[in-house]
Design a protein. Structure first.
Length: 448
């Protein structure tokens, strides 16, 4: 048996073991023992590089050692090629002749269309004595550079982001091999509970600048959102950047309110005992939970009342009989479902508004007035009855005995005053004889 082995340029160097195995036509091993022999492969050259993988823009550095003994007279040429197949390989760069070290830059112009592929340092050695030429190849790989997300350029507009409000993100992304417009840039948004809210495609504007407008709906949670920006080039290179974005809750808005139909700017006075009726015009992007009315009197005593919000026709009624008279400052608070509170103190220059509760003087004295009037009327009625009673008694005691017929019918019934007058006249003249009865010339009336 005869076999010739010629080591190739990329065969391992050093001690090589050889075993001989004999098989028959049915591939059955015939020799009962394995016969070994060995030999040593050596090289008359050695090439080392600073790396086996490079990115565009990196420098390839190589050193070459040639063992040129008395038996040989070597000359060599170094080139960069894309294949080990002589008939189809493309010579990318001619490094030079008889160099023992060199530096070669991996440029974008040369390798832009070949990233991710394997290339070779081709060492063409010539034996000047015999004219024999042999080639040796040392591989290296050009890697694709991932896109670069310039984190310092990320800007959110506005800087404070609220639910249901538009926000715009802008930033720069660059890539060595590809143009910016050829990159695929997207953004993932996750809510505070880790749920994916949206995946947005970021639009290319100009140069390396990208931008996108977005918003977080009112029904989403407020809090810390995770923002992940992804950039991918045409060769599969991917870069990611993660940051957090605070999405805030919208505060309620107090547009206006009225007290007993009067606006916030009007002065309000009300009699004690009447009701205060508050109506409100408030809103919130998310949801208004309840409204609170707080009244502060001149003694720094508070009166608070809260009511769940039920819509634009909602009213809060306060009875002034539960308050004291005087001036009360009015504070309005609107609280949404997230606990955010807006008050006229912090939202308007019109607060607090004052209400004057006027004491009802008449209503306080009316019972006593009626009581006194009743007593006076009772006294007058009593005096009248007493007067009438004693007057009738006095008249009866003064009436003379009943006389017989008189000449005139008119004299049959005399007035009590006339009787009293006649009686007095008789008492004055006791000694005179009674004159004939004649009708009086003049009537004398006296009032008691």
């Amino acid at each position: 048996y005869y076999y010739e082995y010629k080591p190739l340029y990329n065969d391992p160097l050093g001690l090589q073991n050889v075993s001989f195995l004999i098989y028959n036509s049915t591939d059955r091993l015939q020799n009962a023992h394995t016969t070994y022999t060995n030999f040593t492969t050596i090289s008359n050259y050695m090439l080392t590089t600073n790396s086996s993988e490079y990115y565009i823009g990196d420098d390839l550095y190589a050193e070459l050692i040639v063992y040129d003994n008395e038996s040989y007279q070597f000359g060599w040429n170094i080139t960069i090629v894309d294949s080990t197949i002589e008939s189809t390989q493309q010579n990318l760069y001619n490094v030079g002749d008889d160099l023992v070290q060199f530096t070669y830059q991996i440029t974008n112009e040369t390798f832009n269309d070949y990233v991710g592929q394997r290339f070779y340092i081709k060492l063409n050695m010539t034996n000047k004595t015999s004219g024999q030429i042999a080639a040796a190849y040392f591989p290296f790989k050009v890697l694709n550079s991932d896109p670069t997300i310039e984190t310092s350029s990320i800007i959110f507009t506005p800087s404070e982001i609220f639910r249901a409000e538009d926000c715009e993100i802008t930033f720069n992304v660059s890539d060595i091999e590809d143009h910016a417009q050829d990159l695929d840039v997207s953004m993932d948004i996750e809510d505070p509970e880790g749920n994916l809210v949206a995946t947005l495609t970021i639009d290319h504007l100009i140069d390396n600048n990208f931008s996108k407008a977005f918003s977080i709906s009112a029904g989403r949670l407020a809090g810390k959102y995770r923002i992940t920006i992804n950039a991918e080039d045409q060769d599969g290179g991917v870069s990611s950047y993660t940051n957090f974005l605070m999405v805030k809750n919208n505060f309620p808005e107090i547009h206006s309110y009225k007290i007993n139909g009067k606006t916030m700017e009007e002065a309000i006075s009300i009699l004690y005992g009447n009701d205060l009726t508050f109506t409100f015009n408030v809103s919130d992007v998310e949801e208004v939970a309840y409204i609170k009315v707080a009244l502060l009197d001149e003694n720094n005593e508070w009166f608070n009342i809260s009511k769940a919000y039920s819509g634009t026709d909602m009213q809060i009624t306060i009875r002034t009989i539960e308050l004291i008279t005087g001036i009360w400052d009015v504070y309005i608070f609107v609280i949404d479902s997230n606990g955010a509170t807006t008050s006229l103190i912090s939202d308007y220059n019109l607060a607090p508004q004052s209400i004057r509760i006027i004491p009802d003087v008449l209503s306080g004295f009316l019972p006593w007035t009626l009581f006194i009037i009743g007593i006076i009327l009772g006294i007058l009625v009593g005096v009248g009855l007493v007067y009438r009673h004693y007057k009738s008694k006095f008249v009866e005691t003064r009436v003379p005995p009943h006389k017989e017929k008189t000449s005139s019918k008119k004299q049959q019934k005399k007035e009590p005053t006339e009787q009293i007058t006649e009686k007095i006249s008789e008492e004055i003249k006791p000694d005179k004889e009674p004159e004939k009865e004649t009708s009086p010339k003049r009537k004398i009336k006296r009032k008691l």
